[in-house]
Design a protein around this ligand. Structure first.
Ligand code: UD1
Ligand code: CA
Length: 466
């Protein structure tokens, strides 16, 4: 369709200033790689096709993109050598040879733009052959500056090529361009590498377009335009995004007791009257239903928390599902596959992995439950350990029936079944089935030697006197 806008996203840069093994565009903010944020932006504007320009052998970038967008209309284009943003754009254009109409060029390291700003750019572009986003910022260092004559944009000059007077300009180039495809093809071919960095600057296209038919500048909010080139800028972008996410959740009825120390994920969904305490850190896809409370400091990664559930301070939950009205911690660690049903309770120093606590079941102190099923209403006493690992390749299961009572300091050597409503005596080590309603004792019988302690003491004092 001639009317759809194609997108070219530049992500082949080296990101030298990050001093990282990870490609710059894969560094995350609020849990998502920078590049993923930019691609989502192009998808939100319904751009098609979307071309991501990558460096040769940049398998890490490709696979991260494929994993994030298995079904999106994405293509990759390879920029053989890093010769600059105009050269990268040329590589992107080569991947959409048949495209007529307009092309949106985005940089993979400018992650905070809102779709609404792009919508404004599209509207303002009108019939101009090129429109670009600009912003007035307090700290323009490092960005390209917008040059104007009589108010009209005449070009962009890069920091390194700018005169002192140009460096004083505070209107910067955001790095977002909407351009007629035919003009862009012609213009990137004409850009020369005659500048301080010996790179083909895409920004030179702005000057060419301005001389041709005019370039339209659209002002964007300074909080949307941060480009990430260094760790310091990464932190700045993260801080801005965190503030934005906090405001979104507050507006929807979430209490953040200390927004400054709360770390939100772009993939978090929080219900009304959720309360997050100081130092709560959400990572990945976290769902928290209405009225649940998470005290901080606590980390929740890829978890679901049911309505009215409580997670107390100092917990670490990953891949766990907590049903409504359940309670966790303080000081609990729930690993992938931990599942608490309605009203179940896990207390301090309890670890769970691939383990389910049935409705109202409890494991309140110092316990490890791995590969275990605990029935409704069962009580797992302090210091209970499921021994699921014998050094071999598979982990063995433990089943504890509904209403069972496991005495403190019990060792359950899996595979093992404890029947419904059975009792296990404290201090037992069990490796055989306990039938329902039975009492299992798996420990040495107690022996009392009367008067033994007194005799022992007498002997010791006699020895001292000698
Ligand atoms: C660029 C702009 C600058 C603007 C700033 C906004 C140019 C010449 N300058 O500067 O005007 O103010 O962004 O953040 O465009 N890339 C490639 N191949 C290359 C070089 C870069 O794909 O050969 C990609 C990078 O991965 C990056 C993007 O293009 O995502 C921008 O490159 P970068 O080197 O970060 O440009 P800046 O110096 O930030
Ligand atoms: Ca940059």
């Amino acid at each position: 369709m001639g009317s759809t806008i194609a997108a070219i996203i530049l992500a082949a840069g080296q990101g030298k200033r990050m001093r990282s093994r990870l490609p710059k565009v894969l560094h995350p903010i609020a849990g998502r790689p920078l590049l993923v944020q930019v691609i989502r932006l192009a998808l939100a504007r319904r751009c098609a096709p979307i071309v991501v320009v990558v460096a040769p052998n940049d398998e890490a970038v490709r696979s991260a993109v494929r994993a994030a967008f298995p079904d999106a209309p994405l293509r990759f284009a390879v920029q053989p050598r890093r010769l600059g943003t105009a050269d990268a754009t040329r590589a992107g254009l080569a991947a959409i040879p048949g495209h007529r109409g307009r092309v949106l060029v985005l940089y993979g390291d400018v992650p905070l733009l809102r779709p609404a700003s792009l919508a404004r750019l599209e509207r303002a572009a009108g019939r101009a052959s090129l429109a670009l986003l600009t912003a007035e910022v307090d700290a323009p260092f490092g960005y390209g500056r917008i040059l104007r004559q009589h108010g009209h944009v005449t070009g962009v000059v890069e920091e390194k090529d700018a005169t002192p007077a140009q460096r004083a300009l505070r209107e910067i180039n955001v790095g977002v361009y909407l351009c007629d495809a035919a003009l862009l093809r012609r213009a990137v071919g004409r850009v020369r590498r005659n500048n301080r960095q010996r790179e083909a600057y895409l920004t030179d296209v702005v000057g060419l377009a301005a001389r041709g038919g005019g370039a339209v500048a659209v002002a964007a909010d300074p909080t949307e335009v941060v480009g990430v080139n260094s760790r310091a800028e990464l932190a700045r972008a993260e801080a801005i995004l965190q503030r934005r996410l906090a405001a979104v959740h507050q507006a929807r009825g979430v209490t953040l007791r200390d927004p400054g120390s709360t770390f939100l994920s772009l993939d978090a969904r929080l219900g009304r009257d959720v309360v997050l305490g100081p130092g709560v850190q959400l990572e990945g896809a976290v769902r928290i239903a209405a009225g649940a409370r998470i005290d901080g400091p606590t980390v929740l990664k890829d978890c679901t928390i049911g309505a009215g559930a409580v997670v107390h301070s100092f917990c670490h939950l990953e891949g766990a599902a907590i049903a409504a009205g359940a309670s966790v911690g303080p000081f609990a660690r729930l690993r992938p596959g931990a599942h608490l049903e309605h009203g179940a309770r896990v207390g301090n120093f309890v670890e769970m992995k691939k383990a389910r606590l049935g409705r109202g079941a409890k494991a309140n102190h110092l316990t490890y439950l791995g590969d275990a099923e605990v029935g409704a209403g069962a009580n797992v006493g302090a210091g209970t350990i499921t021994c699921n690992y014998d050094g071999g390749p598979i982990k063995h299961p433990t089943r504890i029936g509904a209403g069972a009572f496991i005495g403190s300091n019990t060792t359950l050597v899996a595979p093992i079944v404890v029947g419904e409503r059975a009792y296990v005596a404290a201090g037992s080590t069990l490796n055989q089935t306990v039938p329902a309603e039975a009492l299992a004792l798996g420990r040495a019988r107690q022996v009392n030697k009367l008067g033994y302690a007194a005799r022992l003491r007498r002997r010791l004092t006699a020895r001292e006197k000698r």
